[in-house]
Write a protein that binds this ligand. Structure first.
Ligand code: PHE
Length: 334
């Protein structure tokens, strides 16, 4: 059977390869002849079937030889025989989608259906896009909310601490209505633990148009929570502060691990924080050339790691980057 497959899949693109085939399968000391020699070791009751199989192989090898010659002639000796698309597929180990990618993809799918597109921007960012345009005052402690990695000694260039920087880029170049999602890697000088990392992924969203209200923000995020987790998922907003949104709110969802029975993930409160949100501060719109008397908007930002941990019950985010095959294999149905 193995030989039969080998014969079928043989491709000859040159006279040399054709000769190679001839020596192996047709020539005086070919592999099929070797099989005939094996005949005397085959038990009597199997001799007939064995002989038949080897004969078939011999016929197959001859017919294939003729086809190889024809193909070589047809192509002037240059192009390989047309592949046989009816052959069984080559099976083996396949990779799988990383759980963070799966969550990002699902995120995008949910928001594309309600009219959002996807935008990306640079990971190395300037002060304007990461801070100043987002209404962080110069030398204001708010800049220290996110411990920044600067590049060399130039304080103007840093690794972005959030993908809000991408939203600035979109608002600077596009006219409302804007509905966009910004997924990407972000960097903060934080100690690595089961719940935090200095490199992680964010998904931020922005909606700017005439008459966008806080009710739109709440309803959109409620819709998201139900689609990402389940119909039963609850959502709640807690007042908060961000320089770029006013009012601002922290987003909590009902704990997906214990469903309120109490666990370490929600610290026995039944609620887990998944991100920040708020109405885009008018200053931010004006910084990007959008008239804040005409337009309003909402924005939100979440960590993809946290969402993925809640989705799959993963208790340590370091697993995402360790590349342990035993961890990754558990997601090969995604
Ligand atoms: N950029 C904020 C952060 O990274 C999240 C956020 C986005 C908050 C949009 C409000 C509005 O922490």
């Amino acid at each position: 059977k193995q030989l039969s497959q080998e014969i079928e899949s043989f491709v000859a693109t040159s006279q040399e390869q054709l000769e190679e085939y001839r020596l192996k399968f047709i020539g005086r000391k070919n592999v099929i002849a070797d099989l005939f020699a094996e005949m005397r070791n085959v038990p009597n009751e199997e001799k007939k079937a064995f002989g038949q199989a080897v004969n078939d192989l011999k016929t197959q090898a001859k017919e294939k030889f003729q086809r190889l010659i024809d193909a070589l002639n047809d192509s002037g000796g240059g192009v390989e025989e047309y592949p046989d698309l009816t052959l069984p597929p080559i099976t083996g180990e396949f990779g799988s989608i990383h759980p963070l990618s799966a969550t990002r993809n699902r995120f995008i799918q949910i928001f594309e259906r309600i009219g959002f597109n996807v935008s990306t921007g640079p990971e190395i960012e300037d002060d304007w896009h990461n801070f100043t345009a987002l209404n962080f005052p110069e030398n204001h402690p708010a800049r220290e909310m996110q411990d920044t990695f600067f590049i060399e000694k130039n304080p103007d260039i840093a690794l972005r601490t959030h993908t809000s920087s991408v939203q600035i880029r979109v608002m600077e170049t596009e006219k409302p209505p804007i509905r966009t999602l910004s997924p990407g890697r972000v960097f903060r000088n934080e100690a690595i633990s089961a719940r935090a990392h200095c490199v992680f992924h964010q998904m931020e969203g922005l909606y700017v148009d005439k008459g966008v209200s806080f009710a739109d923000l709440k309803q959109t995020l409620y819709h998201f929570a139900k689609e990402m987790f389940s119909k039963e998922t609850q959502i709640r907003f807690r007042p908060s502060f961000f320089p770029f949104t006013e009012p601002s709110a922290e987003i909590d969802i009902s704990c997906q691990i214990c469903h309120g029975d109490g666990c370490n993930i929600c610290k026995h409160t039944g609620w887990v924080e998944i991100g920040g949100s708020g109405m885009v501060d008018p200053n931010v719109l004006e910084n990007c050339g959008i008239d804040s008397k005409v337009y309003s908007g909402f924005a939100f930002g979440m960590g993809i790691e946290r969402i993925t941990m809640l989705r799959y019950g993963i208790k340590d985010l370091r697993l995402f980057t360790e590349n342990d095959i035993r961890f990754l294999r558990q997601f090969n149905a995604l």
